[in-house]
Design a protein around this ligand. Structure first.
Ligand SMILES: O=C(CO)[C@H](O)[C@H](O)COP(=O)(O)O
Length: 261
């Protein structure tokens, strides 16, 4: 099957393909959620099928679990694994310090639990995800269904008292129904424009009754692999302070698809 990738998919594919090289035989790997993470799962599946790579994957959503099984990756739960060697996931935004907004795909809760239980978190992203300050992308906050309107009002009041820009929020919808996460919760998206006090906001949100988790990932990501549509990738390691530019082949994505994919 020949699939012509769009420029954005080529960028996502090369970042995922480069990040897959971090995965070694025997590793327990956290598998992210979203379109970029799906490329990663396909790349790992190819190595499992063709090169005999033995890994166990902990998916961060039902969608990723299905794809991982479809491409031949052994799937285990986080409770089976307890601790992971590596998690590779996408992001909606990342800044210079590799702080992130995640949860555009609604999987932020499992994603944060899995990434935090890993020796290393690698983010894979196209270059457009890099921002000077987080916040142009709506910040997802997962809340329990009970009293969600009250929780939303409390969040908005707190944003005002913290002098955060934007301050409006919306309940995420799936058609005419509220979007429900894998954990059975709702998501309230905060439209903030620009977040000045990332660390404080992440802590304050999680202290509110009704809030389960927020999509700010602070000091969790170690490495970002940034992909471009022409195959250039940049590997930035925040701990080592290194930046490497490399060229990847964008033309070999065809054999990543499996029956029913
Ligand atoms: O956080 C996420 C899902 O909850 C995704 O990683 C994020 O939304 C990026 O998705 P994509 O790779 O499709 O752009």
């Amino acid at each position: 099957m020949t699939v012509e990738l769009s420029p954005i998919d080529r960028a996502k594919f090369v970042s995922a393909k480069r990040a897959a090289e971090f995965v070694e035989d025997g590793m327990r790997v956290g598998l992210g959620t979203g379109s970029t993470a799906a490329w990663l799962v396909r790349c790992l599946g190819e190595r499992v099928r063709d090169n005999g790579l033995r890994i166990r994957g902990v998916p961060t959503s039902a969608r990723t679990a299905k794809l991982a099984r479809d491409v031949g990756i052994e799937v285990i739960t986080l409770d089976d694994a307890r601790w992971l060697d590596l998690t590779i996931d996408g992001a909606d935004e990342f800044d210079q310090e590799l702080n992130l907004i995640k949860g555009g795909g609604g999987a932020l809760l499992q994603e944060k639990i899995v990434a935090t239980a890993s020796d290393q978190m690698i983010v894979i992203a196209d270059a457009a995800k890099e921002v000077e300050s987080l916040g142009a992308f709506p910040l997802p906050v997962e809340v329990i269904k009970f009293g969600w309107r009250t929780t939303q009002a409390l969040i908005e009041e707190t944003l005002i008292s913290m002098d955060v820009m934007g301050r409006t929020s919306t309940l995420r919808m799936n058609g005419d129904q509220p979007y429900v996460t894998d954990e059975g919760n709702y998501i309230i998206d905060l439209h903030l424009n620009r977040i000045e006090n990332t660390r404080q906001l992440a802590l304050v949100l999680n202290q509110m009754p009704g809030v389960v988790e927020n999509g700010l990932f602070v000091d969790i990501c170690d490495v970002v692999v940034i992909g471009n549509s022409d195959g250039r990738v940049e590997v930035r390691d925040i701990n080592e302070g290194t930046v490497r530019e490399e060229q990847m082949d964008v033309g070999d994505s065809d054999n990543l698809f499996v029956d029913g994919d």
